[in-house]
Ligand binder design. Structure first.
Ligand SMILES: Cc1cc2nc3c(=O)[nH]c(=O)nc-3n(C[C@H](O)[C@H](O)[C@H](O)COP(=O)(O)O)c2cc1C
Ligand code: SF4
Length: 671
């Protein structure tokens, strides 16, 4: 069998433990645990799938060492009592079966815990909150710190008994240890505050307790925020300094970055390049000569392989890349890299669900993070013709899914291009990653012999009838929402007016007709949702004077924590004027008339005015296809994705997979 990317897929030995390759699954809170803090069956299966996919080392998400005081997340795993050991052993066995190694990240959330969840005031090094506007914590006494350090040790021992190969101490990301290490959260004046040595003292106590508990032969990893991207805070040089007090106690460094206020550099925003922060791993590795993990938006195996080959880091951390595709390693090593379903760093299904959403992990590009490709085992009993109308994301996923279970599928698209809105939006430079999803789906579709793709084709009832459909899937997507606001319709598509939509931005980018700089130009964006913010982020760095107007009290409502931090930082950097509770009253060729929160009517002139009021369902042939299905015995029709209601892409991939499978099952074609 071929073996690509030889550097990435070479073994490495760390303190006597040999990993089969350099790929480390990063710890990622999942909310897949039961409410008691115990592993659920689906949780075990989720990790097992990533082991089966060839991951070298799996680091299980942050697990609570002191409950409830140190817990975070809606349903976080616990390791603070012996009763958690048996199911943890089930997990390590499930992973070891495939030759992967497994570690667990042990953690105390400190001030990042929420009193509403833990029922007490959160604790920390001092009274500084872990994020602006966060809860004021209670500083811990020396005696309490000694006791908590011992709790880490006991947790590590339980991990060892449960069969883990690695124990990772979480010392980054604004959790308790980081609340001591970072001057941004630690203003103590005793032996735990001030100098680098003092700030590192609690971490050192934890490392010593863990080492005492697990002995010299278990691998201890230390997760760090190497650059915290806050001031005052630790930057690379500061981290290299405090690590002098910690280095000899650990075997490897998991070199992450950022804190709560800069989460876009921790759970990387989509515009950050693959491996952009590998230099942090290199800095730590160069000084301490221990294996370091390079992390951050790494999706492309070639980039990962280069990082190892050129000595930047010894290990590659994949977080969301492995949520998106559990088989990333095996596909890269043995197969065709085009079949990798790359994470698009949208943060919707993972961060958006898990952090602040009280929901378990899901994924925009991967409609089944637990069961993966198991559906393919279930093939149709008898011939089944499926016609999918509309080749946006939902339609492509529906067509591929149906073909993969053995249906004869025809995918009809009116336009000449596939991928719908995702293909369009990905033409905006900072949205490039989004294009990886349609690219993957199109490649998958084109390699299915029983899937016929027809572009530039009108889906008429007469034509669809000739295909003898058993199932018709309507997935015709959405169009821009343009409410009946005075002047709006007249000004759009009017040569004399400077009023546009995001599609004009895309067209100008594609044709290269925009100037390099918009210095001195006034841009006003109506609508503070995701698309409006895309427009803001396009023009603000190019020198435009940008305002964004939103009728609701919040701009970016419903955005995940990372995207919110990223757009917030961009708007602050470029002084974007944010007007909330402000309603559009009238659109004029070169100005918007708005109503302020005080009820004042104000005219706002612009050079470029954008209408980004969202999308609405578009189902132009649904009635005709429904009538056709009704006229054909045994034929059914379903409507999926945006053509039901304009939603997020994650809802489209989900429906394309699950609604189609459920319908085929109900119709008796599959089990
Ligand atoms: C949903 C989610 C949960 C996360 N939870 C943790 C966690 O429990 N512990 C941790 O150290 N990092 C956590 N992270 C950060 C990841 O470990 C990783 O460093 C980050 O996602 C960047 O890598 P990636 O671009 O490969 O995803 C989380 C990230 C995501 C997306
Ligand atoms: S939800 Fe988006 S960011 Fe999260 S893993 Fe899936 S594709 Fe990546």
């Amino acid at each position: 069998m071929q073996n690509n990317f030889k550097h990435l897929f070479s073994p490495i030995t760390i303190n006597g433990l040999t990993l089969p390759n350099r790929v480390v699954m990063m710890p990622m809170g999942s909310d897949l645990a039961g409410h008691t803090g115990e592993l659920t069956d689906e949780h075990i299966k989720y990790y097992e799938k990533r082991a089966r996919g060839g991951t070298g080392l799996i680091l299980v998400e942050n697990v609570c060492i002191k409950y409830p005081e140190g817990s975070n997340g809606t349903t976080q795993l616990r390791i603070d009592q012996d009763c958690y050991i048996p199911r943890l052993l089930n997990l390590t066995e499930a992973v070891h079966k495939y030759g992967s190694m497994i570690g667990v990240q042990i953690n105390h959330a400190g001030a990042s815990a929420m009193s509403s969840r833990i029922g007490m005031q959160p604790v920390s090094s001092s009274t500084l909150p872990s994020k602006p506007g966060g809860e004021i914590p209670r500083p811990l006494s020396k005696e309490e710190l000694e006791s908590i350090a011992k709790d880490y040790g006991k947790a590590a021992k339980r991990a060892q008994i449960a069969g883990f190969d690695v124990v990772e101490i979480h010392a980054g990301h604004s959790y308790l240890i980081s609340q001591f290490l970072s001057p941004s959260m630690n203003d103590r004046t005793d032996e735990f505050g001030g100098s680098a040595e003092n700030r590192a003292r609690f971490c050192r106590m934890v490392i010593d307790e863990v080492r005492k508990a697990v002995g010299p032969r278990m691998v201890i990893s230390l997760r760090l925020s190497v650059d915290e991207f806050v001031d005052p805070g630790n930057h690379v040089e500061d981290t290299l300094e405090y690590l002098e007090y910690l280095n000899d106690g650990v075997d490897m460094f998991d070199t992450s970055s950022a804190l709560n206020p800069t989460i876009q550099y921790q759970i990387d925003a989509n515009w950050l390049a693959d491996g952009w922060r590998a230099y942090m791993a290199k800095a730590v590795q160069d000084k301490f000569h221990k294996p370091c993990v390079a992390i951050g938006n790494i999706r492309d195996p070639k980039i990962a392989d280069d990082i190892i080959a050129n000595g930047t880091a010894d290990l590659i951390g994949l977080g969301r890349g492995l949520i998106a595709d559990p088989d990333w390693c095996n596909k890269a090593k043995y197969g065709d890299v085009n079949t990798i379903r790359k994470c698009i760093s949208c943060n919707i299904g993972c961060v958006g669900n898990r952090i602040g959403g009280n929901r378990p992990l899901r994924c925009t590009v991967n409609p089944d993070i637990i069961n993966g490709d198991e559906y393919k085992k279930n093939q149709v009993w008898e011939p089944c013709n499926v016609v999918v109308i509309g080749a946006g994301i939902a339609g492509l996923e529906a067509a591929c899914t149906a073909a993969e279970v053995g249906c004869n599928v025809t995918l009809i698209e009116k336009k000449d291009v596939l991928g719908g809105l995702a293909t369009e939006i990905s033409k905006i430079p900072d949205k490039k990653r989004l294009g990886d999803l349609p690219k993957y789906l199109i490649y998958r579709a084109e390699h299915l012999h029983n899937l016929k793709i027809m572009t530039g084709t009108e889906p008429t009832a007469d034509f669809v009838k000739t295909l003898n459909p058993d199932l018709i899937v309507n997935s015709t997507g959405s169009v821009a929402l343009l409410p009946p606001i005075k002047g709006l319709h007249d000004c759009l598509n009017n040569e004399e007016a400077d009023v546009y939509t995001v599609f004009d931005v895309i067209e100008n980018v594609e044709n290269g007709t925009y100037p390099e700089s918009f210095e001195g130009k006034k841009v006003i964006v109506i609508g503070g949702g995701a698309v409006g913010l895309d427009v803001v982020e396009f023009f603000a760095p190019k020198g435009a004077d940008v305002s964004i107007i939103e009728m609701m009290p919040i701009i970016g409502n419903g955005l995940d924590a990372s995207s919110k931090a990223s757009t917030g930082a961009c708007m602050e950097k470029y002084n974007v004027q944010q007007l909330t509770n402000t309603a559009l009253q009238e659109v004029r060729p070169h100005s918007f008339v708005v109503k302020t929160p005080q009820g004042e009517i104000v005219e706002m002139p612009f050079d470029y005015g954008f209408i980004c009021l969202g999308m609405r369902a578009n189902a132009p042939v649904l009635a005709e296809m429904t009538a056709l299905a009704d006229s054909l015995p045994g034929t059914e029709i379903i409507n999926i994705g945006d053509s039901v209601r304009a939603r997020r892409i994650i809802d489209g991939t989900w429906a394309g997979r699950h609604q189609v499978l459920a319908t085929l099952e109900r119709m008796g074609f599959i089990d």
